[in-house]
Ligand binder design. Structure first.
Ligand code: SF4
Ligand code: SF4
Length: 167
């Protein structure tokens, strides 16, 4: 076993010179460092006015997609919830009624679809598991909120607006 050795630091106890007693060398050195940083490239950004470019593989908030006719793509098959390692997705399926063909693409649809963003780890497995191209992760960063409840995104928060709907 390696033997621990005591490390000592030699302290210079010689009396300070006049300029040292006036702290001048220290002040000049400090100002030099500060001025040097003024001309360097900034390491910070003025968020939110200025935004850093994201990596091409960045995954942000989810959306629920619609088809070209504006109908909800999700058929509440549950594969996204099954693939989710964080158990962040909850849903309830319902059956389409006659006359709702322009609302939902298939007979089954998600009456309730929620994602708990505090549980989500933005892995993208839900997107990969979806056979209907219904759920996507966008480049939108999740906004801050004041309470935990606001981090549970409901279907209305996730579903993109219907492009065919007037008003
Ligand atoms: S991104 Fe990952 S953790 Fe988040 S809801 Fe989808 S599968 Fe779950
Ligand atoms: S989002 Fe996709 S995987 Fe999830 S329930 Fe809907 S259709 Fe199924």
């Amino acid at each position: 076993m390696e033997k621990l050795t005591n490390r000592s630091v030699q302290v210079d106890r010689s009396p300070m010179t006049v300029s040292e007693r006036m702290y001048l060398p220290g002040i000049i050195k400090g100002m030099g460092i500060t001025i040097g940083h003024v001309f360097k490239k900034k390491a910070t950004v003025s968020y939110p006015e200025e935004k850093r470019p994201f990596s091409p593989v960045f995954r942000g908030l989810h959306i629920l997609n619609r088809d070209e006719q504006g109908r909800e793509r999700c058929t509440a098959c549950g594969l996204c919830a099954l693939a989710c390692p964080a158990e962040a997705i909850t849903m309830e399926a319902a059956e389409r009624k006659p006359g709702e063909e322009n609302l939902y693409r298939e007979e089954k649809y998600a009456a309730k679809y929620e994602i708990n963003m505090l549980r989500c780890i933005f892995c993208g497995y839900c997107e990969e598991a979806c056979p209907k191209d219904a759920v996507y992760l966008t480049e939108t960063v999740m906004p801050a909120n004041y309470n935990r409840k606001s981090f549970i995104y409901k279907k209305d928060d996730l579903l993109i607006p219907n492009p065919n709907k007037q008003g």
